[in-house]
Design a protein around this ligand. Sequence first.
Ligand code: SF4
Length: 365
Amino acid sequence: MDIQADSLQSAAVSMNPFAKHLIRWYRRNRRDLPWRVPLDAPSGHRPDPYYVLVSEAMLQQTQVATVIPYFNRFIQQYPTLQALAGASEQNLLRLWQGLGYYSRARNLLRAAQLLVHQGEGRIPRQVAELMKLPGVGRYTAGAIASLAYNVPAPIVDGNVIRVLSRVFAVRQDPRSPKIQQKLWQLAEGLLPPRHAGEFNSSLMELGATVCTPRSPSCLLCPVRSHCQAYAKGIQDRIPAPRNAKALPVVERVIYCLQNAKKQWLIQQRPARGRWAGMWQFLTLPKSDPLPSAIQLITPLSLRGQFSHALSHRNYRFTVKAGQARASRSLPSAACRWVSFEELNSYPLPRPQLLAAKLLIPGCDK
Ligand code: SF4
């Protein structure tokens, strides 16, 4: 069906059994994840708001299985909001290395510093307060408020969009602002006020484990009897696929230069923009020559090529290696020579990690 605004309320009311079925299923089938209440905890326990904040930051654009080891290492190093507020950005980026979308780490640090140094030292429970924190939008605020405090706040993320689009057989593009707004209304209308946290968790869990993007497991689905897409046999066509646009390809050369002392030349990226503040080997557009400050001792050798896709562009990296004179006049003030051991303590974006692995046998970065 095409959702009409005036049909939302009645649809939500008739969906009360939907919440019951979903929560009952969730209690029996939920995954044991480190940021959730343990499976054997007494009922009524709520997850630690700090754990929810950290996990939600990590889970944006990232799969649960990828996040788990990062989350565990993070909590081991920064077990509390207060500990996080005292972290150095470079150490945090090193901990986040490989997870991507590094602005999430910087925002998390700024949020912790704001709450500890200018707030009450705890994570707020109201959506409006949460949304004042850096990097916290409506979804994350709703997730923290509902999961940690059981505040009846709706959430709409990728999993929820897919589930609701199918349950209500929404054929329009869910990325359009109009449909987004209607999905938020649907999520709000379905929310059982006294079980908001469990309901939101169960909706996300269903999307992650049963109502998956391809081949949803409808026969195992606890809300199959409520699902209009299943009834019509169109669940594989919803949500409508994104119009695939050809992304621009950006060519870069990564120069891995070593001096006679076996030190590597690295440079820090600017404080703003992609991979801000992280470190890299000398990396230049393919058409740019090496800076004149670099004096090669050996010819450059090709070590490999790989692609790295971002949401709006594809990078094509060529990795070249060679020996260079350890000149004092480096290409910029952001450059330095570091040993292999030192290199391991710098936060590197994923393409630079791949370059390092191409070069250095046994590199554990
Ligand atoms: Fe998704 Fe199928 Fe369940 Fe509908 S019946 S919500 S399509 S898994």
